[in-house]
Design a protein around this ligand. Structure first.
Ligand code: UDX
Length: 435
């Protein structure tokens, strides 16, 4: 049984720890955040993630999964150490590596035998070489070690599923020594013929940025098509289906929306842009993806104003605040930009999200935004409903009840989850995007 420590219990670290324990290793998840570790030790996950609670309890009960704040002991106990601490966006757009570097120094200072150090955090190209140099510097007794880049491709809301069913496992190394161990800890995947791509450190690091930027570009592209469809009276939904049927393009990530958000696409496109510029090789498509996403959010507000006129004093019921459904995460959510813009222009905001209320209340206080108890409380006396997140529970709203509780019948569906005819039959003024 491998002894694995995972440093950092955010989305990536926690999912990795639970997933690897589930694959049979003995895992110790470490974090400096005592409250988080305390909560995890009670068997409670600090994030909302489908399937996580069950798997967490199962592996704790089986004795394969533990949590601790003692990083030093965690480093010394383990044969394999995953670095999964945050890499937030610094002011210049690049990833802030201070937590990764501090972790590398701590690992180096406490090495007590051969260990494999694996980076899960999304780090710019060249970072693993830096990590190796830092560990080397702090490794006074000269213990042998290997550094591996093993980027994670999990989606929030599908994190556990994606960990257990990846499309590929990417392993970046500077020598072959750790590869077999990596295959062993991911054995169930290897046996299930998930492709393992073994490459050099830099390529592995870049694969993560390239994948996320390409997906972000795909979303930005379909959003641009939705804006054009709006103007010319075409149907982006049918367009996406037809275009996506081309096997070279593929139908996934072609759903128009209010603009992509989350902890990855905005941060990773910005980091890749800044990194490439610094290397003297600016990436036009990536830069335009970022600008295009900004325009999509502006387009949403413009569309509301085109339909309703000035928004001052109007009551908006915003349904959905998380950057997508099945998560409580509001990082870079389009809802933030759109709500702030409406507030700036004097609108009154009422808001509701099935999971993100706690995070939303940190962004706006209750004087600025009224937080509804549920959908129906939120739409009371509203002039307009604005759907920004595609939660399943918003797909089956009691429309007659909504219509009769509203002050004016404007209904903006920016995730295209309703049909125009059905909504107009109920007497609503219905707007979506690109249909
Ligand atoms: C993403 C990547 O999918 C994942 O592989 C990577 O490891 C982390 O970043 P995540 O940020 O959790 O995952 O969400 P994702 O489902 O990819 O959605 C990102 C954003 O794009 C969301 O705001 C979502 O609403 C938007 N989106 C996605 C669309 O608007 N349309 C789509 O068709 C797909």
């Amino acid at each position: 049984m491998f002894k694995i420590s995972v440093i950092g219990t955010g989305y990536v670290g926690l999912t990795t720890g639970i997933g690897l324990a589930n694959f049979g290793s003995s895992v110790l998840c470490l974090d400096i955040d005592e409250a988080k570790i305390h909560q995890l030790n009670q068997g409670l996950s600090p994030i909302y993630e489908p399937g996580m609670d069950g798997l967490l309890k199962e592996n704790v009960t089986a004795g394969r999964l533990r949590f601790s704040t003692d990083l030093t002991q965690g480093v010394q106990w383990a044969d394999i150490i995953f670095i999964a601490v945050g890499t937030p966006q610094a002011e210049d757009g690049q990833a802030d590596l201070s937590a990764v570097e501090a972790t590398a120094a701590l690992i180096g200072a406490h090495l007590n035998g051969y260990k494999i150090i694996i980076t899960k955090s999304t780090v710019p190209v060249g970072s693993n070489e830096k990590i190796r140099a830092i560990i080397d510097d702090c490794n006074e007794r000269g213990h042998p070690f290997d550094v591996v880049s093993n980027p994670e491709f999990l989606r929030e809301g599908r994190a556990v599923y994606d960990f257990l069913h990846p499309d590929r496992v990417v392993i970046g190394v500077d020598n072959h020594r750790p590869v077999d161990t990596l295959k062993q800890i991911y054995r169930p995947l290897y046996l299930n013929e998930v492709p393992f791509i073994v490459t050099d450190l830099r390529t592995a690091e870049l694969i993560k940025y390239a994948s996320n930027s390409f997906l972000a570009m795909k979303v930005a592209f379909i959003n641009e098509m939705s804006r054009l469809c709006d103007v010319i009276g075409a149907d982006v939904q049918q367009l996406a289906i037809a275009v996506g049927k081309d096997g070279r393009i593929g139908g996934k990530f072609l759903h128009p929306g209010p603009g992509f958000g989350g902890s990855c696409f905005p941060k990773d496109t910005a980091a890749l842009m800044a990194f490439a510029r610094e290397k003297g090789m600016p990436l036009g498509l990536v830069e335009e993806t970022i600008a295009s996403n900004r325009r999509q959010k502006e387009f949403i507000v413009t569309k509301i104003k085109q339909r309703m006129g000035a928004v001052t004093g109007l009551r908006f019921a915003v349904l959905g605040l998380a950057f997508k459904s099945e998560t409580d995460d509001m990082r870079e959510s389009a809802a933030i930009t759109i709500i702030d813009q409406l507030l700036d222009e004097g609108a009154i905001i009422r808001a509701y999200d099935p999971q993100a209320m706690k995070n939303a209340k940190k962004l706006w206080d209750t004087d600025q935004v009224y937080f509804g108890r549920d959908e129906y409380d939120t739409i009371e006396q509203a002039d307009a409903v604005v759907i920004l997140t595609e939660w399943n529970q918003f797909r089956n709203l009691d429309i007659p009840r909504i219509k009769s509780a509203m002050r004016q019948p404007f209904f903006f569906d920016f995730r295209n989850i309703y049909q125009r005819k059905q909504m107009e039959d109920y007497g609503l003024v219905y707007e979506c995007i690109g249909r």
